[in-house]
Design a protein around this ligand. Structure first.
Ligand SMILES: N[C@@H](CCC(=O)N[C@@H](CS)C(=O)NCC(=O)O)C(=O)O
Length: 241
């Protein structure tokens, strides 16, 4: 039995949902409540972060290690190219997404969204235990303080992350100008990683969240400015998710 411990809103967890779906695997989702996730996650891995995958007595954390595990345990519909040069290229793009996109998207989004509890609390509690909203709503101010501290969410850091993201989105845009996929001529973990980690900016239906029709400012303006260069994210979600 495959079990994914996750947050529905987390784009690193979306990487794994997509990988599992791409392989057509049956799995159980355990949606954790932010803050309360720490005890479950630490019991499983000794660390606080999700996604965490358990399978037949084995526990794997960290999204790229989970994809490695899935490709070894379930080689059909592999996300890792067989050709060694293409494999290294796909892994390099995935690392780029994990390091140059993931945390910056999270900081830029939360910088705006944490000021809008009515928007963000349903993201934190949807699909979780029934008591989630009852617990998270009154604790939200404390949770928000902790998140801002842990993820360095403030105006200066958000501005810096926005600049880093602009560069990363440009790099992706240039690379994809004359090709459909990042590596070779098929969908790989490179496409999956970059698209899922950028997805919160694009709100694609396949992500599984009940996105709002638009974002509040200042996030709305940033998303709007980048929308042309991000059009491929929605395209890859429509075609491959
Ligand atoms: N490098 C990790 C990053 C995972 C990550 O940042 N997870 C966030 C959610 S997006 C998390 O669990 N944050 C809560 C915490 O660390 O306590 C991966 O690829 O899995």
């Amino acid at each position: 039995m495959l079990t994914l411990y996750q947050f529905p809103i987390s784009h690193y967890c979306e990487k794994i949902r997509w990988a599992l779906d791409h392989k057509g695997l049956d799995y159980r989702l355990v949606n954790l409540l932010p803050g309360f996730h720490v005890s479950t996650a630490k019991k499983l891995t000794g660390r606080a972060s999700v996604p965490i995958l358990t399978h037949d007595g084995k526990t794997v954390r960290n999204s790229s290690d989970i994809i490695n595990y899935l490709d070894e345990a379930f080689p059909e519909h592999s996300l890792t190219p067989v050709d060694e040069a293409q494999k290294q290229e796909a892994l390099a793009w995935e690392k780029f997404a994990d390091q140059q996109i993931g945390a910056h998207v999270r900081r830029v989004c939360y910088y705006t969204l944490l000021d809008h509890p009515a928007l963000v609390v349903p993201f934190f509690t949807g699909g979780g235990p029934w008591y989630g909203p009852l617990v998270i709503r009154p604790l939200f101010p404390a949770l928000r303080r902790k998140m801002r501290q842990l993820m360095n969410i403030n105006a200066a850091a958000a501005r810096e992350s926005q600049q880093q993201l602009e560069q990363a989105i440009d790099k992706v845009h240039v690379h994809l100008q004359d090709r459909t996929y990042f590596v070779g001529d098929g969908f790989t973990r490179a496409d999956l990683a970059v698209a899922s980690l950028l997805a919160p900016l694009c709100r694609p239906a396949g992500y599984g969240l009940d996105w709002p029709p638009g974002y509040p400012e200042p996030l709305a303006q940033f998303v709007d400015e980048q929308s042309e260069k991000l059009a491929w994210v929605n395209r890859v979600y429509q075609q491959c998710r």
